[in-house]
Design a protein around this ligand. Structure first.
Ligand code: SD4
Length: 302
């Protein structure tokens, strides 16, 4: 395939479509992915990324994001950043430095301010009202009571592969918590000579198992992208007795995709050979089963 992109959850459909249009015009992988992720960050009805993201226990929307360029293995990332419009743009810019590629909290905000990144209060009235009505139930919320990360993987015409991830993380997380999304090898990984992977789900489990590096490494050892995704998830579920929800997307260096999940997981994929479409991955009898969704309105999950 000349170009291809895959992204997590139904909320990424329009963004992924945009990314694929840009890739078709011959635009570079990094800019194409960032345009797509930003569309998701800017949409307040998507409640787990960017504007309108899920608040933490203190009622604050803090965001994580990571970006990796598979040609150079350079990465940039921010964790627990508050008050800025686009964590993915800030993360991407941090890739250009030799050191200080992952910044968190006040340090990330200082950097973003100095570099003139656009500010925005990401706490919308809707997410604040949700927080107010549920904050007393914190102890009874389960890890999946709200959290989805937008992950984009892409390949451009020159063969460059990149990964981009943005999220507000787990709902009602402790203030200061960061998940897997800013951590290369956990939330995302890209190597243009092999392929890329990204994860959405409970970040603590993904970090414990270095899920995306593990997956890309399996491709390096010769496994197909789907086999690598399946084996990675199986190993994680075997090793972690109490493994929570994890979904993995992957793209090999030829633009083929693989997906593995242990829940219901919609994702989006397209390439120069195949129109952008929504797919549903389901965990059935210990295996991921993937089906194309013909009517996108049928899928209500994010
Ligand atoms: C985190 N992995 O912060 C993210 C949340 C997520 O689906 O992806 N949820 O742990």
């Amino acid at each position: 395939m000349k170009w291809a992109a895959i992204s997590t959850w139904k909320m990424s459909f329009d963004g992924c479509k945009k990314t694929l249009e840009l890739l078709a015009e011959g635009r570079k992988c990094d800019e194409s992915l960032i345009e797509g992720v930003c569309m998701v960050e800017d949409e307040p009805s998507y409640t787990s990324v960017g504007y309108g993201g899920l608040p933490d226990k203190d009622g604050r929307v803090t965001l994580d994001g990571g970006f990796m360029d598979g040609d150079t293995l350079r990465f940039g990332a921010v964790g627990c950043i508050e008050g800025f419009r686009s964590p993915i743009r800030i993360a991407h810019s941090l890739m250009n430095y030799e050191f200080n590629n992952l910044l968190v909290g006040a340090g990330a905000e200082k950097y973003a301010e100095e570099k003139g990144f656009e500010k925005r209060d990401n706490l919308t009235e809707k997410s604040y009202q949700k927080y107010l009505s549920e904050k007393d139930k914190i102890e009874t919320l389960t890890s999946y009571d709200g959290h989805d990360t937008v992950c984009f993987l892409g390949k451009d015409v020159s063969g460059t592969i990149c990964a981009a991830v943005s999220t507000s993380g787990l709902y009602m997380k402790a203030h200061g918590r960061i998940g897997d999304s800013p951590i290369p090898g956990a939330g995302y990984y890209a190597d243009s000579e092999i392929g890329s992977a990204a994860s959405t789900g409970v970040g603590e489990d993904v970090i414990k198992t270095n899920a995306t590096f593990r997956l890309v490494n399996k491709m390096a050892q010769g496994l197909s992208v789907q086999k690598a995704a399946d084996e990675t998830l199986n190993e994680i579920m075997k090793r972690l007795a109490d493994c929570r929800s994890i979904s993995l997307i992957a793209l090999d260096k030829d633009g083929n995709y693989g997906v593995a999940t242990n829940c219901d997981f919609p994702f989006v994929y397209g390439s120069d050979e195949c129109e952008v479409s929504l797919y549903m991955a389901r965990f059935v009898n210990g295996k991921t089963v993937i089906k194309k969704v013909d009517d996108i309105s049928e899928v209500t999950l994010d």
